[in-house]
Ligand binder design. Structure first.
Ligand SMILES: Cc1ncc(COP(=O)(O)O)c(C=O)c1O
Length: 396
């Protein structure tokens, strides 16, 4: 009954775990939820006000399909100030989350016969989005030895005449790895030489730690404006995941093609949320600094607790709000009826025996890892990590 293409994709494993955790919470179980992919902070007050005012002003109709001109101008201003990049409003599209930008872009750019380089471990939605277009994902495996970053040699070796694009997530979900300007430059040189498109998901741009200086890929050289599409959004930076506003910047022709697809699917992103996103981008930025500082402390806390667990290893990430510890020392162990063969078994064990939700690495192509999100209060991090340590100690 279903179309053949449905055999190419599965349901998101991250949503599956948080769904199970939510169900347990609804039943009254005290679950410590480290599976979430969103800030636990509330959307800052001035942004909420802008949404309420939009409703009161009856800003409740369809907008231009690619986003209001005001919001696209605000996004151009953000690129100018934060990234020293000069885009015009017709080089910007606003969509229902960065996820929709990525989907529109995949549909606009990729087709059967194309290969798309995807460094792994990677966020769960890139692969299905590539596969749905008929293009083939080509995985570039990274590990803790390089801080989960691809090397110029590995990149060069993976390129074939069919390589159309690379998807780079900087900083990364799930590893938290971030590339500095010095680390991006040699990669950019190879990609430019081979004429490969670069899709750079910079949604965690503002969540970087230890004084890390973020450089947008498109800012490496003016020539990248013609072959690079930047993906960004307000979800993570401004604690606005439910408002569903993401945006992309790139060459006019590509952005316009993405706009065509959007105009025939969702028409436009929510009008009220667009006003709120505009307020977020143009308004005071102090709240971001406060949230960023809180995340940095939580990263340090969770990482130190993880490293206290015998056999667990994890590099210190520079960004986002995830840790991707290696649990291979625990695979093959058991406790009572529990036989832990895979990271899926281990995540199920922690959820059911310790009431701690984490995401198995399988969906990120990191089968021996678990993803721990530190978007929780320090108290909950302490409590959850205590439970994980105790449950891990019972595995023999
Ligand atoms: C790397 C990455 N890109 C994109 C998204 C999607 O964000 P949005 O809420 O804007 O759709 C996420 C959300 O989890 C993400 O982690």
């Amino acid at each position: 009954m279903l179309a053949e293409r449905m055999s190419l994709i599965g349901t998101s494993p991250t949503l599956a775990v948080s769904g199970k955790a939510k169900e347990m919470i609804a039943r009254g179980v005290d679950v410590v939820d480290f599976s979430v992919g969103e800030p636990d902070f509330d959307t800052p007050e001035p942004i909420k006000r802008a949404g309420i005012t939009a409703i009161e002003d009856n800003f409740t109709r369809y907008t231009a399909s690619s986003g209001t001109l005001d919001l696209r101008r605000a996004i151009c201003e953000k690129f100018r100030q934060d990234n020293q990049l000069s885009y015009e409003p017709d080089e910007i599209i606003v969509s229902t989350g960065a996820k929709q930008c990525l989907y529109n872009l995949a549909m606009a750019l990729l087709e059967t016969g194309d290969e798309v380089l995807l460094p792994t471990p990677c966020w769960v939605s890139y692969e299905p989005q590539i596969s749905l277009t008929g293009a083939a994902p080509v995985f570039l495996k990274t590990d803790a030895a390089t801080g989960f970053r691809i090397t110029p040699d590995a990149l060069r070796a993976a390129i074939t005449p069919k390589t159309k694009a690379l998807i780079l997530n900087n900083p990364s979900n799930p590893t938290g790895a971030a590339y500095s300007r010095e680390q991006l430059e040699p990669l950019a040189e190879i990609l430019a030489e081979k004429g490969i498109w670069v899709i750079v998901d910079e949604i965690y741009e503002k969540l970087v730690y230890d004084g890390f200086a973020f450089t947008s890929f498109a800012a490496l050289s003016p020539a990248w404006k013609d072959r690079c599409v930047l993906i960004n959004g307000v979800s993570k930076t401004y604690a606005m995941t439910g408002w569903r506003i993401g945006y992309a910047a790139g060459p006019r022709e590509v952005i316009s093609a993405m706009g065509k697809i959007q105009s025939h699917s969702t028409s436009n992103a929510n009008s009220i949320a667009q006003r709120a996103a505009q307020a977020a981008i143009l308004g005071p930025q102090e709240e971001i600094a406060r949230m960023r500082a809180a995340f940095e402390k939580r990263r340090d806390l969770m990482l130190s607790r993880l490293l206290e667990i015998p056999g667990v290893t994890c590099p210190k990430p520079q960004g986002a709000f995830y840790l991707l510890p290696d649990w291979r020392a625990y695979l093959g162990r058991h406790c009572g009826a529990w036989e832990i063969q895979t990271s899926i078994d281990l995540a199920a064990y922690f959820l059911e025996e310790a009431h701690v939700a984490v995401v198995p690495g399988v969906g990120f192509r990191a089968p021996e890892h678990l993803r721990f999100s530190y978007a929780s209060s320090p108290d909950r991090i302490e409590e959850g990590m205590r439970r994980v340590r105790e449950a891990a100690a019972k595995l023999e």
